[in-house]
Design a protein around this ligand. Structure first.
Ligand code: HEC
Ligand code: HEC
Ligand code: HEC
Ligand code: HEC
Ligand code: HEC
Ligand code: HEC
Length: 419
C-alpha cells in the first residue's frame, strides 16, 4: 500500500471534521432558505448583526424606539421584512400599505437603511429575531422599564471577545486536523515497514486512540465548544446591563453627596454651576470647595485637617485640578443640553440622575441609551404654562385634545440629538 493512497483516504475521513468546522464558522455558509432557520449558529450570527445595527432601536419582545420584532415573520412575509430592513424608505415610497401604516404609527420616524447586509446576514437576523434570547426576554420582563432599557447599551467590546474566541476555536480545529493528517501518514508508513511485534502493537494502539478522536468523543468535544461559545455570548449580553448603568468609579477624594447635598442641603447649582445656563453641568473647581473648607477645618471636634481635605489644599496650592473620574458620558455623536432640560423643561436632576443626595459615592442611575431619551420625549408633556416661548405652539395644538409632548416640538428628529 502506498503512502499516496493512504493520503487519499485522509480527506474522506476528515469530512466529518470539515462539517464541524462549517458548523462552528456558522451561518456564513448556509444557503438562503425561504423558511427561518432555528440553528444555533444562524441565531448567534444574527445576534451580532442585530447588536451592531439594530439594538439602539429594537428589542425582541418589547416596544422600544421601533416595534418589538419577534413574530415579524408571522405578521409579514419574509420578502417584505427583508426589503423593509434593507431600505424601508424605498418600500414606503413605493406605496406599500403595511409599510406606510407602520411608518405613521411610529410618527414618521425613518429607520436607517441597511443595503450593506447580505442575504445570508438577513436570514441570520430573522433567525435571531424569531428564536434568539428567549430566556433573556423572560428575565427582562420580570424587572420592568429601566433594567430592560439598559440592554440597549453598547456591547462592542464583548463582540470583539466573541470573535477572538471563535478564531481560537477555528485555529484549534485546524491544529487537530493537521495532527490527524500527520498521525495518519506516519502510521500508514510504519505499518508498511517490517516491525517488531511490540512496535506494531504500539502503533495500532495509537491508531485506536485516533479512531476514538475521530468519532463520538470528538463530536462531544466540538459540541461542548459550540455550547460554550453560545453561553458566553449570552452571558456577555447580560453583562452589558451593568457596564454603564450603575458605573461607580472610585474618586480621588472621598467627596460625599449624601453629606453635602443631603445632610447640609447645599444646592446642586452651587457646585454644578452650568446646569441652568449651559450645555454642561460642570464639576466644581477646588476653589469652590475652598469657599467653605478654609473656614470649617476643625468642625466636629476633629484635630487638624483630614487627609481628604488636605487633598483640596494641595490642589489649590499646586494649582493642579482635582482629577475627578467622569461617570456620565454620552458618545460624541450625541448632543445633550442641561439648560434645555433643567431650566426650560423643568426636569429635576433626580429624574435622570437618581437619588444623588443619598449617594455616598455617585453612580450612573439611568442607561443613557437613545431609547431612554426617546421614551421620555414620547411621554413627557411640555411645561408650557407661563413660558411665552410656547404660546404660539400651544395655540396651534389647542384644537387637538392631546397635550403637547416633547415629540411634538421635534424631540424625535435625528438632527436634534445628533451632530
Ligand atoms: C434608528 C432606529 C432604528 C434602527 C437602528 C433600526 N430600526 Fe427597525 N424600525 C425602526 C422604526 C422607527 C420602525 C417602525 C417603522 C418606521 O417608522 O419606519 C422600525 C420597523 C422595523 C421592522 C418592521 C416591524 C414590523 O412590525 O413590521 C423591522 C422588521 C425592523 N424595523 C427591523 C430592523 C432591523 C433588522 C434593524 C437592524 C438591521 C433595524 N430595524 C434597525 C427603527 C429602527
Ligand atoms: C459641594 C459641591 C457639590 C454639590 C452641592 C453637589 N455636587 Fe454633584 N458633584 C460634585 C463633585 C465634586 C463631583 C465629582 C465627584 C463625584 O463624582 O463624586 C460631582 C459629581 C456629580 C455627578 C456625576 C458627574 C459625572 O462625572 O458624570 C452628578 C450626576 C452630580 N454630581 C449631581 C448632583 C446633584 C443632582 C446635586 C444636587 C442634589 C449635586 N450633584 C450636588 C460636587 C457637588
Ligand atoms: C457650602 C459649603 C461646602 C462646600 C462648597 C464644600 N463642602 Fe465639603 N463639607 C462641608 C461641611 C459643612 C462638611 C462637614 C464637616 C465636618 O463634619 O467636619 C464637609 C465635609 C467634607 C468632607 C469630609 C470631611 C473630612 O474631614 O474628611 C470632604 C472630603 C469634603 N467635604 C470635600 C469637599 C470637596 C471636594 C468639595 C468641593 C467639590 C467640598 N467639600 C465643598 C461643606 C462644604
Ligand atoms: C434629562 C436628563 C437629565 C437631567 C434632568 C439632568 N441631567 Fe445631568 N446629565 C444627563 C446626561 C445625559 C449627562 C451626560 C452628558 C454628556 O455626556 O454629554 C449628564 C451629565 C451630568 C454631569 C457630568 C458633567 C457634565 O456636565 O457632563 C453632572 C455633574 C450633572 N449631569 C449634574 C446634573 C445636575 C446637578 C442636574 C440638576 C440640576 C442634572 N444633571 C439634570 C442627564 C440629565
Ligand atoms: C426625563 C425626560 C427626558 C429625558 C430622559 C431626556 N429628555 Fe430631552 N427633553 C425633555 C423635555 C421635557 C424637553 C423639552 C424642553 C423644552 O421645553 O424645550 C426635551 C428637549 C430636548 C431637546 C430639544 C428638542 C427640541 O425640539 O427643541 C433635545 C435635543 C433633547 N431633549 C435631547 C435629549 C437627549 C440627547 C437625551 C438623552 C441623552 C434626552 N433629551 C433625554 C425630556 C427628556
Ligand atoms: C432624543 C435624542 C435622540 C434622537 C431624537 C435620536 N437619537 Fe440616535 N442616539 C441618541 C443617543 C443619546 C445615542 C447614544 C446612545 C448610546 O450610547 O447607547 C444615540 C445613538 C444612535 C446610533 C448608534 C450610534 C453608535 O455608534 O452606536 C444611531 C445609529 C442613531 N442614534 C441614529 C439615530 C437616527 C437615525 C435617529 C432619527 C430617527 C436618531 N438617532 C434620533 C439620541 C437620539
Amino acid at each position: 500500500m502506498s503512502i499516496k493512497r493512504s493520503l487519499l483516504g485522509v480527506p474522506l475521513r476528515l469530512s466529518t471534521l470539515a462539517l464541524m468546522l462549517f458548523l462552528v464558522l456558522g451561518a456564513q455558509s448556509f444557503a438562503a432558505n425561504p423558511d427561518v432557520s432555528d440553528s444555533e449558529e444562524a441565531i448567534s450570527a444574527g445576534k451580532s448583526v442585530f447588536n451592531a445595527n439594530c439594538k439602539t432601536c429594537h428589542k425582541l419582545d418589547q416596544k422600544y424606539t421601533g416595534p418589538a420584532l419577534r413574530g415579524v415573520t408571522d405578521r409579514r412575509s419574509i420578502e417584505w421584512a427583508k426589503s423593509f430592513i434593507k431600505n424601508s424608505a424605498a418600500l414606503i415610497a413605493s406605496g406599500d400599505a403595511q409599510a406606510n401604516a407602520l411608518y405613521s404609527e411610529y410618527n414618521n420616524l425613518a429607520m436607517p437603511q441597511h443595503e450593506f447586509l447580505s442575504d445570508t446576514e438577513l436570514d441570520n437576523l430573522l433567525s435571531y429575531i424569531e428564536y434568539g434570547d428567549k430566556e433573556a426576554a423572560v428575565a427582562e420582563g420580570a424587572g420592568d422599564g429601566e433594567v430592560a432599557q439598559a440592554a440597549g447599551g453598547s456591547g462592542v467590546p464583548s463582540e470583539y471577545l466573541t470573535i477572538i474566541l471563535a478564531v481560537l476555536v477555528v485555529v484549534l480545529l485546524l491544529i487537530l486536523i493537521v495532527l490527524g493528517l500527520i498521525i495518519s501518514v506516519l502510521t500508514k508508513y510504519l505499518n508498511n515497514q517490517k516491525l517488531e511485534e511490540d512496535d506494531s502493537e504500539f502503533i495500532n494502539q495509537k491508531f485506536d486512540v485516533k479512531k476514538v478522536l475521530r468519532s463520538d468523543a470528538f463530536v462531544v468535544i466540538v459540541t461542548a465548544l459550540v455550547i460554550a461559545l453560545v453561553a458566553k455570548t449570552a452571558i456577555d449580553g447580560l453583562y452589558t446591563i451593568g457596564v454603564q448603568q450603575g458605573y461607580q468609579p472610585k474618586q480621588p477624594i472621598a467627596f460625599s453627596h449624601q453629606l453635602h447635598a443631603g445632610q447640609y442641603e447645599i444646592e446642586c447649582q452651587y457646585c454644578h454651576t452650568g446646569v441652568e445656563i449651559g450645555k454642561s453641568a460642570n464639576i466644581p473647581s477646588a476653589n469652590i470647595c475652598m469657599n467653605c473648607h478654609q473656614h470649617i477645618q476643625n468642625v466636629g471636634g476633629k484635630e487638624g485637617i483630614s487627609t481628604e481635605i488636605q487633598k483640596i489644599y494641595d490642589a489649590v496650592d499646586n494649582n493642579q485640578p482635582i482629577e475627578w473620574v467622569r461617570i456620565h458620558n454620552l458618545p460624541d455623536l450625541a448632543y445633550f443640553n442641561h439648560s434645555q432640560h433643567v431650566a426650560v423643561g423643568g426636569i429635576e436632576c433626580q429624574t435622570c440622575h437618581g437619588p444623588i443626595e443619598e449617594m455616598e459615592v455617585v453612580y450612573q442611575h439611568s442607561s443613557l441609551t437613545m431609547g431612554w431619551c426617546i421614551d421620555c420625549h414620547r411621554q413627557t408633556d411640555i411645561k408650557a404654562a407661563g413660558n411665552e416661548y410656547y404660546d404660539k405652539l400651544v395655540q396651534l395644538h389647542s384644537d387637538s385634545k392631546n397635550a403637547l409632548k416633547v415629540k411634538d416640538i421635534g424631540g424625535l428628529e435625528c438632527a436634534k440629538c445628533h451632530y
